[in-house]
Design a protein around this ligand. Structure first.
Ligand code: GLP
Length: 235
């Protein structure tokens, strides 16, 4: 793992933007995208840039079950607002949170992933070291699936909703194996709430209890941290 530690989130976003541009220049055309507060500043920089995605594909990690694309809390809405409205891609894929038939949705997404292998995957990380919505205990071999969110994730994500009861209990998420198929991965983490997850991911054992620890086995991962997210690293 290539680990970059910067002073603050803004510098982290700038580093991440450099890394993103490098992949773009080297020919990446299919980008795996994440939601959450972490990649927002990076998306802001991409929006202000000259980058053109009219020949590119984007594939998002996850979507809440039960939220439609026009629901302001959905990841569809987030992506539209933060990136796609200003930087349209030739095609953009997200899981369909309104599909009740989980089997069908999982198949659809895996077919997309097969058809468009991800060149460059952006990741955030949950406080319990989840990536996408792959909660602790998810098998490393897992591909796209329907997930029951843990109480800790619901608690962490309630800040985006009016009430904790409004946070959906399930999501569709690319699996750990689907994420590992990306040629290159860039994980971003800022702030003290991520410090334990970052320590466990980088210095802990390779274990399904720490979903992000699977990245220890990927050949091309860059981790960009601010000082507070990195504060428990010892090496
Ligand atoms: C959510 C998303 C993840 C994201 C994580 C961290 O659960 N499914 O993809 O990385 O939250 O979010 P934040 O960046 O807001 O801390």
């Amino acid at each position: 793992m290539n680990i970059i530690i910067v002073d603050n989130e803004q510098q982290g976003a700038e580093k991440a933007f450099e890394q993103f541009c490098k992949a773009y220049r080297q020919g990446a055309t299919c980008f795996g995208l994440a939601t959450g507060s972490t990649p927002q500043a990076l998306y802001g920089l991409i929006c202000k840039s000259q980058l053109d995605f009219s020949r590119c594909t984007s594939i998002n990690l996850d979507e809440y079950v039960g939220l439609s694309p026009d629901n302001k809390k959905s990841y569809h809405y987030f992506m539209q607002e933060k990136l796609f409205s200003q930087k349209p891609f030739a095609q953009s894929f997200l899981p369909n949170g309104m599909e009740n038939d989980a089997e069908k949705e999982v198949q659809r997404y895996e077919t997309i992933l097969k058809g468009y292998p991800i060149d460059f995957q952006i990741l955030g990380i949950g406080r319990n070291a989840h990536i996408g919505f792959n909660e602790p205990g998810t098998p490393f071999s897992q591909r796209t699936h329907k997930v029951k969110l843990t109480d800790s994730t619901i608690e962490a994500n309630k800040r985006f909703f009016e009430r904790v009861e409004d946070v959906p209990t399930h999501a569709y998420s690319m699996g750990l194996q689907s994420i590992m198929d990306a040629k290159e991965i860039m994980l971003l983490a800022f702030g003290e709430t991520k410090a334990v997850a970052i320590r466990d991911m980088i210095e802990g054992n390779l274990t399904e209890d720490v979903p992000a620890s699977i990245l220890q086995t990927h050949q091309n991962v860059t981790v960009i941290l601010d000082k507070t997210a990195a504060k428990l690293l010892t090496k």
